[in-house]
Design a protein around this ligand. Structure first.
Ligand code: ATP
Ligand code: MG
Length: 269
């Protein structure tokens, strides 16, 4: 049990998470991961490729591949022990409480259905509203994420839209569910730098408006500096450092954090 859990303060508490391969010869993927995310904060997880960032998010959501399993650890969402949940119970939580924006929006959107249909389906199920209401609510969300040509986009398939448009739709879809926690796994990596800046600014303004709590996964320290209140630095399946972003940036302790910092343009340090 987490001793420090205080009601109404944290949205997510992860405690001593250990995740490994079913093949016992392979080394563990996550080694004793513990962290908490406070309400309305943006908590960054940064680390090099393969360090376990996505696996951390997948373990929180109980979405691990067949060959990998959770050996140990507890995950509390608003004090509820979701690590004890069955797959079905977890599916409900994923629709109601946790929203997810993946790195590649094509995995969030179904390629064979038009965008509007997917939105209507999700909103009708989540809020038990009719198609007409779902349609008008979906279009409101399209405006919130600053999409133009709303009617055309509504009647398009994901493959007919740009990466930036699809990512705005993923954000709209995730936030329209009114989640307690948003998990964003490198949501801007596949985008050009101008679109990346626009999407980050959009997320920041929506976060303020909806008082969101966000777990933001990235390998880009300049993004952490821009949007994260606190950050955990991952290295080889462990959190090697965790704290307030500015403190980690000005006084990194671990050699990996130091090398990350060296990769920042001096104007940003
Ligand atoms: N489906 C899988 N089956 C087996 N091992 C996997 C699978 N997915 C990831 N891994 C392994 O788990 C470890 C952590 O991977 P993870 O995807 O969490 O890295 P990451 O930090 O998100 O990296 P990236 O920045 O490239 O997205 C890696 O060693 C990876 O090879
Ligand atoms: Mg990843």
């Amino acid at each position: 049990m987490i001793q420090s859990y205080k009601k109404n303060q944290t949205i997510l508490d992860v405690s001593h998470l250990r995740v490994g391969h079913r093949d016992k010869k392979k080394v563990n993927i996550l080694r004793d991961i513990s962290f908490s995310i406070f309400k309305t904060e943006t908590f960054g997880i940064i680390g090099e490729t393969g360090s376990g960032k996505t696996m951390t998010a997948n373990s929180v959501m109980n979405l691990l591949p067949e060959s990998i399993y959770k050996k140990k650890g507890e995950v509390f969402l608003e004090g509820i022990p979701i690590h004890t949940f069955s797959l079905n119970e977890m599916r409900k939580i994923l629709g109601l409480k946790i929203a997810f924006i993946p790195q590649n929006s094509s995995t969030a959107l179904n390629p064979i259905y038009k965008i509007g249909f997917q939105f209507e389906f999700v909103l009708r199920n989540r809020f038990k509203i009719n198609t007409l209401k779902a349609r008008s609510r979906a279009k409101e969300w399209f405006e919130k994420v600053k999409l133009r040509n709303i009617d055309r986009i509504y009647n398009s398939y994901p493959c007919q839209l740009s990466g930036g448009q699809n990512q705005r739709i993923s954000i709209a879809l995730a936030l329209s569910l009114d989640p307690s926690l948003l998990i964003a796994d490198e949501p801007t990596t596949a985008l050009d730098s101008i679109t990346q800046q626009e999407i980050l600014s959009l997320l920041l303004s929506l976060k303020k408006e909806y008082e969101l709590s966000i777990m933001f996964i990235t390998h880009d320290i300049s993004i952490v500096k821009k949007i994260c209140d606190r950050v955990a630095v991952m290295f080889k399946g462990q959190i090697v450092e965790c704290g307030i972003t500015n403190q980690i940036l000005t006084n990194p302790k671990h050699s990996y954090s130091k090398s990350l910092l060296n990769s920042l343009p001096t104007s940003l340090v």
